[in-house]
Write a protein that binds this ligand. Structure first.
Ligand SMILES: [Zn+2]
Ligand SMILES: [Zn+2]
Length: 177
């Protein structure tokens, strides 16, 4: 979705107050592709500050499907975006020193604001450090790949502390006697 900024960048500096649909179907970062499970409309306001600078406010709720860090099960993760950014509207007219002080604005192209590009940046900023299907997720066996939340696998022995295996051997010998 592209927002027209010609009104707010004109002599009148007519503010933008608009609700637009979010067309993002998936979120791609590096090798990762995360489906967008649900999304609200985007409420966006743009006000003129000065010297070609614009203040952009936006809200949007998205739910992305991200794999659990431990077991890779798909986890719905909610992003409740509510942001304010100051950007340069007409990059060609603003000097580069000023542009450096401001947020990265690769979603502004002359008189157009790419709403999905703006949201992309906000999702990246809000990306969780850790995604778990549950705090008690047991992960997957690193030998056979079994999801340990769904049951134990038969390679349990290899994951035991080596000191434990000594005790177990002692136990085994004791039983054999
Ligand atoms: Zn998990
Ligand atoms: Zn296993």
């Amino acid at each position: 979705m592209i927002l027209d900024l010609s009104g707010v960048l004109s002599e009148q500096h007519t503010p933008v107050d608009d609700t637009v649909s979010c067309s993002m179907e998936q979120f791609t970062v590096g090798d990762g592709v995360y489906p967008v499970l649900s999304k609200s409309d985007v409420h966006i306001t743009v006000e003129y500050v000065k010297d070609g600078k614009l203040k952009v406010n936006g809200t949007c709720e998205l739910v992305l499907e991200i794999p659990c860090d431990r077991c890779l099960k798909a986890v719905p993760v909610k992003f409740d975006l509510d942001f304010e950014r100051e950007v340069v509207g007409r990059t060609s007219e603003a000097d580069s020193d000023k542009a450096d002080e401001l947020d990265e604005n690769n979603y502004i192209d002359g008189y157009h604001l790419d709403v999905d590009g703006l949201l992309y940046n906000e999702i990246l900023v809000g990306w969780p450090m850790k995604v778990l299907c549950s705090e008690s997720c047991k992960g997957i066996c690193n030998v056979c790949g079994q999801n340990l939340n769904e049951g134990a696998c038969s390679c349990e022995d290899t994951r035991l502390d080596p000191r434990m295996s000594v005790i177990r051997d002692v136990f085994k010998n004791f039983k054999e006697v």
